[in-house]
Design a protein around this ligand. Sequence first.
Ligand code: SF4
Length: 219
Amino acid sequence: MSAPERAEAFRRLREHMPGRTRDAKGPKDQPDPFRSVVSCLLSAQSRDVNTAAAVRALFALATTPDAMLRLPQEEIARAIKPCGLYNMKARSIHRLCAALIAEHGRVVPRTREGLMSLPGIGRKCADIVMSFAFDQDVIAVDTHVFRVCNRTGITRERTADRTAEALERTVPDWARHDGHFWLIQFGKSVCLSRRPRCETCFLADLCRWYAAVREAPDA
Ligand code: SF4
């Protein structure tokens, strides 16, 4: 997609999608940085509702890196059971808390580099914490953002991390603060994973995927 087309796509997304909502669930609903980073770690391969239950149970036991590190891993694992992979995630939480205490003065770093230096925190989690806990203009790439960007041609990348890098290079400044929300809402309501609603889509004339489908011989 050319730069003017990309800007037009984001203009339409801004117009048609509501943007930030107050009822977000999961890591995105955690304005406290420590809670946000732990929540993100727990969200791997877990549905938002299960992640939220695990975060609630864990933070009922401890709310600081020191207090969490004092909990036996078995107790953490029991509390976070709803989000799956609980033994592995309990170990990661201990490592994360130890790193925050030893290397960051008990303060969650604000930079991507600092966040990604924490055990268990990759680019997606770092971007979510930067965007939601620190209100920075970053488009975090989850499964919906990845699908929409690479179907439409807003980006053309094979991985979520490369998509995030491409968005950072190419998205207009004014679209960075809420772009994540527009893309997610669009992915959940129009550009659905299995049956995208192309016939009524407001991006259809810009969309590379739709153009390819229409040009296919048996379309
Ligand atoms: S035209 Fe279809 S594939 Fe393209 S963005 Fe719209 S819904 Fe998604």
